[in-house]
Design a protein around this ligand. Structure first.
Ligand SMILES: NC(=O)c1ccc[n+]([C@@H]2O[C@H](COP(=O)([O-])OP(=O)(O)OC[C@H]3O[C@@H](n4cnc5c(N)ncnc54)[C@H](OP(=O)(O)O)[C@@H]3O)[C@@H](O)[C@H]2O)c1
Length: 302
């Protein structure tokens, strides 16, 4: 197990699964950098965490994954204030929003759920300590299994955007990246491994503004009424992520999730991956495209 003297960065640590992951890591003695886009919400979450675990070692730092400048500024702060890393949990995410673009024209789910984590991972890799095998854990979703790629129009310029279609595709990209990252790290002789984990379903804030399944839509009202009481809590659903981060038996390039019926809940175990995420030619093309879209190149020459 990861424990004392280790440093973890958890993105989106102020709420939902990210908060629970931060709490569970802090409980095992890991120093947790809570990387959040709102310093107010981050400080509130830090206070809540310290009220639950007074001896926890935590820091809050500002990170908006949807804005490239914020990612660079976060890494600068991290370098000055912490300077080394053992565990990166790319957890922050958004789901099912109407078409929105960031300041440089990238579709927001693609940017937040995939391109931002791609850039952040590349910029943080030099901070992993070589002496300790580190891990990058990317938080995926069941939805990725139903997605298809369109690398000719990854940024949804040609139309056809759908809130859930874009979410699923962003998570498929993240899963493809996870497997390719692990392969490139291995080829480069880097001790860091990359793996994926998904929570199944959890009762969190995510999707509450969704125009398809959010609580204000007919489908959302049905879902909330019928399903919500059976949906796992954030603490339960965070377990596969913590498992991927800490368990000694996990392997780089693998994907973990709840091991029960349809991977919705249950003990952590191996999870099913969309075959497109295992297509190495597609993964290489996606990597090159991501370098070009983010302006951040790493682990090239593979
Ligand atoms: N809940 C589920 O059923 C479920 C299922 C499958 C996968 N997931 C995945 O699990 C992860 C966590 O989701 P959750 O359910 O815990 O959702 P949540 O309660 O909405 O928390 C999401 C976190 O991500 C942060 N975030 C959103 N956009 C960000 C940005 N641009 N920069 C930095 N942080 C940002 C949020 O910050 P703010 O508080 O400032 O908004 C919040 O801290 C996501 O990747 C999601 O796709 C969740």
């Amino acid at each position: 197990m990861f424990n004392s003297n280790k440093v973890a960065v958890v993105t989106g640590a102020n709420a939902g699964l990210g908060y629970q992951v931060a709490l569970q890591l802090a409980r095992s003695g890991v120093t947790v950098v809570m990387a959040c886009r709102s310093m107010e919400r981050a400080s509130q979450a830090q206070s809540q965490l310290l009220a639950e675990l007074p001896d926890a070692s935590t820091q809050v730092m500002c990170l908006d994954l949807s804005e490239p400048e914020s990612i660079r500024s976060f890494v600068g702060q991290f370098s000055e204030r912490v300077g080394h890393l053992d565990l990166l949990i790319n957890n922050a995410g958004i789901v099912g929003i109407p078409m929105t673009r960031n300041s440089i024209g990238h579709e927001l789910q693609l940017e937040t759920n995939y391109l931002g984590p791609f850039a952040l991972t590349g910029l943080l890799l030099p901070f992993f300590r070589n002496s300790v095998p580190g891990r990058v854990v990317n938080v995926g979703s069941l939805a990725h299994r139903f997605a298809k790629f369109d690398l000719d129009d990854i940024n949804w310029e040609a139309g056809g955007y759908g809130p859930m279609r874009a979410y699923a595709r962003s998570k498929l990209a993240l899963m493809s990246f996870t497997i390719e990252l692990n392969r490139r790290l291995g080829d480069a002789g880097n001790a860091v491994v990359a793996l994926g984990a998904h929570p199944g379903f959890a009762s969190t804030e995510i999707g509450k503004g969704d125009t398809v399944i959010g609580p204000r839509t007919p489908l959302g009202r049905w879902f909330n009424g019928k399903m919500e009481p059976r949906v796992p809590t954030a603490a339960q659903a965070a377990r596969p992520i913590v498992f991927a981060a800490c368990d000694d038996t996990v392997r780089g390039g693998e994907y973990y999730g709840p091991g029960g019926w349809l991977e919705i809940s249950g003990e952590p175990g191996n999870a099913r991956v969309n075959a497109l995420a295992r297509d190495s030619e597609l993964a290489k093309s996606l990597w090159t495209l991501s370098e070009s879209l983010t302006g951040i190149s790493y682990l090239t020459g593979n």
